[in-house]
Each structure stands twice: as structure tokens, then as C-alpha cells.
Design a protein around this ligand. Structure first.
Ligand code: SF4
Ligand code: F3S
Length: 107
């Protein structure tokens, strides 16, 4: 079991989550973050830190976002590690909560 970054992170990328992760298991793409499922220790510290409420435990992922479980596993193998908070993307507050951002995920 691991925690999963979901669709609403796309185009927001607040990065508050990385500050609290005790095992530094977040990885950064152009407009999305992912969690490495084999490194996550399931501590749940990151979930309440995300202003976009984009992090959930694997067993709580809604049915229409199950593909993000595989996306976190896949992209955390190729994207670089991120361990410090940075500024969110410029339109983060406008993009927070906008539905249908999946196709905007940049690799
Ligand atoms: Fe890191 Fe804990 Fe969140 Fe897993 S649940 S990504 S270990 S802060
Ligand atoms: Fe994304 Fe939320 Fe972290 S928007 S970068 S999962 S704080």
C-alpha cells in the first residue's frame, strides 16, 4: 500500500507535500508530482498538507482515477526526486478543482 498523487495536482503542484515526507519519496515532473510506491512508508503525513486535496491512500483512490496508481509507479521511476518546497505553478489557485485535467499531464 502507498499514497497516490491524483489528478488535481496537475497544473497546481503546490509542493507542500514534499516538506513533510520522512522518506523523500516524491518525484517531480513539469506540472505534476508522483509518489514512489515502493518507497512510501504509508505514514499519511502528506495527505492533509496538500491544498488541492490531491493525495489519497491507494485504497481510497476513486474509481475514475485508478490509472493514477500506475502513473505514480511509472513516472516515479523516471522523474527526479524533489525534497524541498518550491513556488506552486503560476495558475495553481485557478486550476485547483478544475475537472478533466488528466490530458494536461506533461511528461
Ligand atoms: Fe511520504 Fe508518508 Fe506521504 Fe508516503 S504517506 S508519500 S511516506 S509523507
Ligand atoms: Fe501536488 Fe498537492 Fe503536492 S498539488 S505537489 S500533491 S501539495
Amino acid at each position: 500500500m502507498a499514497f497516490i498523487v491524483l489528478e488535481n495536482c496537475i497544473k497546481c503542484k503546490y509542493t507542500d507535500c514534499v516538506e513533510v515526507c520522512p522518506v523523500d519519496c516524491f518525484y517531480e515532473g513539469p506540472n505534476f508530482l508522483v509518489i514512489h510506491p515502493d518507497e512510501c512508508i504509508d505514514c499519511a503525513l502528506c495527505e492533509p498538507e496538500c491544498p488541492a486535496e490531491a493525495i489519497l491512500s491507494e485504497d481510497e483512490v476513486p474509481e475514475d482515477q485508478v490509472e493514477f496508481i500506475e502513473l505514480n509507479a511509472e513516472l516515479s521511476e523516471v522523474w527526479p526526486n524533489i525534497t524541498e518546497r518550491k513556488d506552486p505553478l503560476p495558475d495553481a489557485d485557478e486550476q485547483n478543482g478544475v475537472p478533466g485535467k488528466r490530458d494536461a499531464l506533461e511528461r
